[in-house]
Design a protein around this ligand. Structure first.
Ligand code: NDP
Length: 228
């Protein structure tokens, strides 16, 4: 049975990714931030013995390394999904700098920290891969100034993952980025274009077919490669 770790499986895209992976025959370790979220996600995912919630905040490096040390399994796939779109004030001329730093911690630094912590588990598999959820809002072609902290954090995670891809290429572990489109979650809001279950199925398809030739690339959830 293939095994994956998905961050933030208690709601939104992460929850649907866990559901899609379970129904596709994966064993799923899902990171959540509290015991109550662990219980709730397990209940909603049908108390499936193939779903194992793991409690850590992705920005708490000691907690995530402790969780990694406790996990005695190999991983075929890591999906870095946890993310935030705060702070409220995030335009170039009105920036909440503390909020900007927090966004960088969650969206940019944490995917690298989680990848490092669980690399030993990925190395145990001969078909391991890492997929990080970025955003079309990272695209350098947009000159938009709104939600700047979020845009910058996703542009930065693209660069971080490109670097990780280069370093892990010699180990045969592909690392790629994915744009989920605009999705109806609490982040995307009710007017968004796409339903989370459809997007999750698309992301899982991309994850399943990732090869070393894809390393360092940025894909749309529908599978096409997209520009950075
Ligand atoms: P949601 O706001 O619905 O869910 C965010 C998830 O991230 C929650 O499970 C939340 O946990 C978790 N999370 C937030 N901070 C942390 C943290 N410090 N440690 C661990 N988990 C954390 O967002 P979506 O599902 O829409 O987004 C998922 C990913 O997709 C994000 O990376 C987002 O940037 C990206 N994305 C989403 C788009 C959209 O339209 N929805 C568009 C483009 C990209 P908790 O419940 O504990 O807060």
């Amino acid at each position: 049975m293939p095994t994956c770790l998905i961050t933030a499986t208690n709601r939104g895209i992460g929850f649907e990714l866990a559901r899609a992976a379970l129904s596709d025959g994966w064993k799923v370790y899902g990171s959540v931030r509290s015991e109550s979220a662990a219980r709730q996600s397990a209940e909603q995912l049908g108390i499936n013995k193939d779903y194992v919630p793991v409690v850590f905040d992705v920005t708490d490096h000691s907690a995530l390394h402790a969780a990694a040390r406790k996990l005695d399994d190999r991983l075929e796939l890591l999906i870095n999904n946890a993310g935030i779109i705060t702070p409220e004030r995030q335009t170039p001329l009105d920036m909440d700098f503390a909020g900007f730093l927090r966004t960088l911690e969650v969206n940019t630094l944490a995917p690298l920290a989680v990848s490092q912590a669980f690399l030993p588990h990925l190395r145990r598999s001969d078909a391991a891969r890492i997929l990080t959820i970025s955003s079309q809002m990272s695209w350098m072609g947009y000159r938009k100034a709104d939600t700047l902290a979020y845009r910058a954090s996703k542009a930065a995670v693209n660069k971080v993952m490109q670097g990780l891809a280069t370093d892990l290429e010699r180990e045969g572990i592909p690392v790629a980025l994915i744009d989920p489109g605009w999705v109806r979650t609490s982040m995307g809001g009710p007017a968004a274009d796409n339903c989370p279950s459809e997007v999750a199925a698309g992301i899982l398809n991309v994850a399943r077919s990732l090869e070393l030739a894809d390393t360092g690339k940025f894909f749309k959830w529908t599978g096409e490669e997209r520009p950075f």
